[in-house]
Ligand binder design. Structure first.
Ligand SMILES: [Zn+2]
Length: 472
């Protein structure tokens, strides 16, 4: 009996609390979002509270990664993820949700990816993965000598005579001295994107590339490489950093060692796919658009959690937060989950082509594609007026820990909007661990921290709010 009374008491008390909370929220909505005199700091603090207390991005990311972990463009996984996200946004009762078609390339990894260092009778297996656009080897594999280079100049100096019929090994490490790992990536990634084609011109039989990362571990990092023609491509694979060091060490003692590479990846015809789009229509200036998003496609080794399921679900979360407070944006707030960022950018290009003739003005585009880590701020690529307005929000955003605002920034998918005069802005989280996961089997949901992910969504929502209220 006593227990029942106590339980009843607790329930009544909890009921009063939740009633008060709802009442407080409703009146706050009226005060801060119904009229034009919202206090920015109060609004932003409510966005952060909502993201941290009731955020849905983490749960949505878990579902995306669990149900559709493999989302490489043109795959069944990508098609299923499009449907998943369309339903996710439809269930939010936005003003509109639609799919924007684009043709995407389809490259399949296949089931065979092996590499062995061969010295006399001794075979040492190494960890590697094919690069996107790589050709297959014959079933027996390629068995050839290896020439190691660290720069394009070294490759040129070697020339055709030393390269023909051999496996070229680009062993260019991420520079440790860079503060930003993204700068190290920019400096090194050309050996992955252009190395195989350069080696092919000198008659190489195949290419190995050191993985794009500072981290020293056994996970190979995939990514795209480009050939002049996909009908005449070359087998190309990334070695884990551990095995790149191992191969280099063995070569330093034995230049005549051989390497056996087996890959059965393949290129298939282009496939119809989609960007997934959802929006809240502007109440005063519906033809002025603030677009935000991430890319829905992902490399196929992990689950595409940091890259870029995180950015997709953070963007969807911005719409949830705005709806949660019954915020009536002045301008149209549109989320685009782009398709095919990783190996073609067809979604980003299709959206920009459509935007150009849509009769709308895209005033700003915000992309989250740098991992679901603790947000620090944003980078902008825009004209002087846009940049000045953006930088003026530094003190305000600083008080929420996301005020590192600076020039230079954006994102691959929003890049094609540049000719429209759109301010291009990238969410910038802490960078130090991103390349531990980038394009590897380790990029899985459990590598994402809930609070860090939600902080990023709140930061994006805050910037969307400021742009909507004050223009840019
Ligand atoms: Zn990405």
């Amino acid at each position: 009996m006593k227990k029942t009374v106590l339980l009843l008491g607790v329930l009544v008390f909890a009921g009063i609390l939740s009633l008060n909370y709802r009442t407080a929220t409703r009146s706050a909505s009226e005060n801060y979002f119904g009229k034009g005199d919202a206090d920015d700091s109060t609004a932003i603090s409510m966005f952060f509270s909502s993201a941290l207390v009731d955020g849905q991005a983490y749960k949505n990311l878990q579902e995306l990664c669990r149900k559709h972990p493999k989302r490489l463009s043109g795959s069944q996984g990508a098609a299923d993820a499009v449907e998943f996200c369309r339903k996710l946004m439809t269930d939010m009762q936005l003003d509109s949700v639609w799919l924007q078609p684009c043709m995407v390339p389809r490259w399949e990894r296949g089931t065979l990816e092996t590499g062995n260092i061969i010295e006399d009778k001794k075979r040492t297996a190494v960890k590697l993965c094919a690069l996107g656009n790589s050709a297959a080897t014959l079933a027996a594999g390629i068995n050839a000598q290896v020439v190691e280079v660290t720069t394009f100049e070294e490759l040129e100096k070697l020339g055709e005579a030393a390269v023909k019929g051999k496996i070229v090994f680009f062993n260019h490490p991420f520079k440790e001295e860079f503060i930003s790992p993204f700068d190290a990536y920019s400096e090194a990634a050309r050996f992955r994107t252009r190395g195989p084609a350069a080696a092919q011109k000198l008659g190489a039989a195949a290419v190995l590339v050191r993985s794009m990362a500072h981290v020293h571990d056994p996970n190979p990092h995939t990514g795209n490489t480009r050939f002049d023609s996909l009908q005449a491509n070359l087998p190309a694979a990334a070695l884990s950093t551990v095995d790149a060091d191992l191969l280099s060490q063995r070569l330093s003692k034995n230049l005549l060692l051989r390497f056996e590479l087996k890959l059965n990846c393949r290129q298939l015809p282009d496939v119809l796919s989609y960007n997934v789009i959802g929006e809240i229509r502007g109440s005063e200036l519906p033809k002025e658009v603030i677009v935000l998003g991430g890319h829905l496609d992902a490399w196929d080794l992990g689950e595409g959690a940091h890259d870029d399921g995180a950015g997709c679900m953070q963007s969807v979360e911005v719409l949830r937060i705005l709806k949660r407070f019954a915020a009536k944006p002045r301008r149209t707030i549109r989320v685009v989950l782009w398709m095919n960022e990783e190996n073609g950018l067809r979604g980003g290009n299709a959206y920009a082509a459509w935007a150009k003739q849509s009769g709308e003005k895209h005033i700003a585009a915000i992309e989250s594609d740098a991992g679901g880590f603790s947000p620090r701020g944003f980078g902008i690529s825009g004209n002087a007026a846009q940049t000045e307005k953006f930088l003026s929000w530094r003190p305000l955003l600083n008080s929420f820990g996301v005020g590192d605002l600076h020039t230079g920034g954006g994102g691959a998918d929003i890049g094609p909007l540049e000719p429209l005069g759109t301010a291009l802005i990238g969410l910038e989280p802490d960078q130090q661990r991103y390349f531990d996961y980038h394009h590897t089997a380790a990029d899985v949901f459990t590598a994402v921290n809930r609070r860090e992910l939600h902080m990023g969504a709140a930061a994006m929502c805050s910037l969307v709010w400021l742009i909507d209220r004050h223009g840019i």
